[in-house]
Design a protein around this ligand. Structure first.
Ligand code: DGL
Length: 272
């Protein structure tokens, strides 16, 4: 079977919506010579409350689209899809492209740090229900304690542009003050929307705990993997395309929160 493993081919990045643009932005900073193709499944947003079977079905169809677009790598830039559909997407893609999720690089980076005892995880209901962070962290260090909390309100709040204001600070404080997060020394922001509220979370903890988000860690992992596989693009004619499964003006407007350059969203009606 032919494959897309050619250094000049693009990196495909997908999410349930536009939160995965935080990962696309980090990849663009670390690897400015790579062509990016982004796909946001806005027709099915949010994934956080969908069943694993639905998310697997959506993810496979999106992977198929990104393979048709010759992507050498498919990045699942959504924690919920990474939690429930990574193995399925990997099996489907086989040797045609590399597949990266946003969970393993973060788990490896957190477990590699010294002196941690209790790690908190905040994410969508789907990610928390999968228990994936606790399972993966325990596989690498069974002595670490993991406290997971679903924080479903945060995604909608951020999408609506509510961050860095008194409403967001109140909601964030309400979640973070829950008893189970009381004694943590590290907090994983296990949702690709959350880098936008990282400063407020750090402010809440007054610098006393490590707050870890996936965007930068995943971008470094992608660079390392492409280097190892000799698939880094050495040409400078880069480009980025941004697709969604359901276009609305409000999505296009909200992209500015997640990606600092002006983005033009194009609709590909893969479900229509
Ligand atoms: N981007 C998703 C994630 O990282 C959150 C949004 C959603 O629920 O679809 O889990």
């Amino acid at each position: 079977m032919s494959n897309n493993l050619n250094s000049h081919n693009p990196i495909g990045i997908f999410d349930s919506g536009i939160g995965g643009l935080t990962v696309a932005h980090a990849v663009n900073l670390v690897l400015p010579h790579e062509k990016l193709i982004y796909f946001g499944d806005t027709a099915h947003l949010p994934y956080g409350d969908k069943s694993p079977d639905s998310i697997k079905y959506y993810s496979i169809r999106i992977a198929q689209l990104l393979l048709q677009k010759k992507c050498k790598m498919i990045v699942i830039a959504c924690n919920t899809a990474s939690a429930v559909a990574y193995e399925t997407v990997k099996d489907f893609v086989g040797k045609q492209a590399l597949v990266v999720n946003v969970i393993d690089p973060v788990v490896e980076s957190v477990v590699g740090r010294n002196k941690l005892k209790r790690v908190g995880v905040i994410a969508t209901r789907g990610t928390i229900k999968s228990d994936i962070y606790a399972r993966k962290i325990k596989q690498l260090n069974k002595n670490l304690e993991i406290e997971s909390l679903a924080t479903p309100l945060l995604v909608g709040m951020i999408e609506e542009g509510f961050f860095n204001n008194k409403i967001s600070r109140t909601i964030i404080a309400d979640y973070l003050s829950k008893p189970k997060l009381k004694k943590i020394d590290t907090l994983i922001l296990a949702c690709t929307h959350f880098p936008l509220i990282k400063p407020e979370i750090e402010e809440y903890y007054k610098g006393k705990i490590n707050v870890v988000d996936s965007a930068g860690v995943v971008a470094q992992h992608i660079r390392d993997l492409l280097t190892k596989k000799k698939l880094l693009n050495n040409q400078k004619n880069t480009s980025a395309q941004f697709f969604v499964s359901d276009y609305t003006k409000s999505f296009e407007k909200s992209t500015k929160f997640f990606f600092p350059k002006k983005i033009k969203l194009e609709e590909i009606g893969i479900w229509k």
